[in-house]
Design a protein around this ligand. Structure first.
Ligand code: MN
Length: 292
């Protein structure tokens, strides 16, 4: 096994608003060298860095919109998000939780701050990652996985409060609870100052890390807070060492699907014809109905 090569460490660049609630840095696909094909199966990563939200009369967020052909994985690091969809599903994810929504053949949903949290305001921080679906699963049944923090796998590193929290895939034999359609690993290294976690993923897997809190050294290279680390497809092993207390690094690695990608807005399919069908189905009400 050899050391995985870091291609670059990217500082967060400009933000844009998603609805009126989420102010995000888009790393995938708009970052340099971070397009959908290169990061396959990860096709989008929006990062809402910590921001102060004032007390609001009405929760901010994004109103009813469709998705088809992939999964949205939402990590709430600080604050609370409430979600509703056109099939009657819904839920609240709070600090430390993950919501894994398989849009597959299509859902309409809306994403807002949770009402009570929104009335008081506070610090908000989240990540939304889109994981592409294999062609054979794109038109499957939508489903949800509400992954509370306590359901996640936990591998203790030093017995002193540093651990790796496993959402999907496995870490040194500790399994994450998420069901996935292709090999995907998603985990948070939550480390005290000086603690180190080591990771190993095949060279062919597309692999990256985001420093969500504190700051780290990844294979000895400085990775400050809010920075995105992209690995080349060379080597397997890397280490994440916390430079500060309470450092959190989100690590993602996935086997590329290596299938054609046709995408338009909220639809990610394999062909342009399938994108046209998604629009037709959406206009015909096949995604169900949901009030804003
Ligand atoms: Mn959405």
């Amino acid at each position: 096994m050899t050391m995985k090569k870091i291609e670059f460490v990217l500082a967060p660049f400009e933000t844009h608003w998603v609805g009126d609630g989420f102010k995000v840095h888009n790393f995938i696909p708009s970052g340099p060298g971070l397009d959908m094909k290169r990061m396959d199966p990860f096709i989008l990563l929006d990062y809402n860095a910590p921001m102060k939200v004032p007390a609001l009369k009405r929760p901010a967020g994004v109103g009813a919109h469709p998705h088809r052909g992939f999964e949205t994985v939402t990590f709430a690091y600080q604050g609370k998000v409430e979600h509703h969809d056109s099939f009657g599903g819904g839920g609240v994810i709070g600090s430390g939780d993950v919501q894994w929504m398989t849009a597959a053949s299509g859902v309409l949903h809306k994403e807002f701050y949770e009402e009570e949290w929104s009335r008081k305001g506070g610090t908000f921080q989240m990540v939304q990652l889109w994981v592409n679906l294999p062609a054979k699963d794109k038109m499957g049944e939508p489903r949800y996985q509400a992954i509370k923090n306590e359901m996640m796998g936990r591998y203790s590193i030093d017995g002193q409060g540093s651990f790796v929290e496993v959402v999907a895939g496995s870490y040194k034999g500790v399994e994450g609870p998420a069901m996935t359609f292709s090999p995907v690993a998603l985990m948070n290294a939550r480390l005290r100052k000086g603690a180190e976690a080591d990771f190993s993923f095949p060279a062919a897997y597309n692999t990256a890390a985001l420093v969500v809190r504190g700051s780290a050294k990844v294979n000895g290279v400085d990775a400050p807070t809010d920075h995105f680390v992209k690995f080349a497809n060379e080597g397997e092993d890397f280490t994440v060492e916390a430079v500060e207390d309470d450092t959190i690094v989100l690590v993602m690695s996935g086997e590329p699907l290596r299938e054609p990608i046709a995408s338009y807005g909220p639809f990610v399919m394999n062909t342009k014809q399938q994108i046209r069908e998604a629009f037709d189905d959406f206009n015909r009400g096949k995604f169900g109905y949901l009030e804003d």
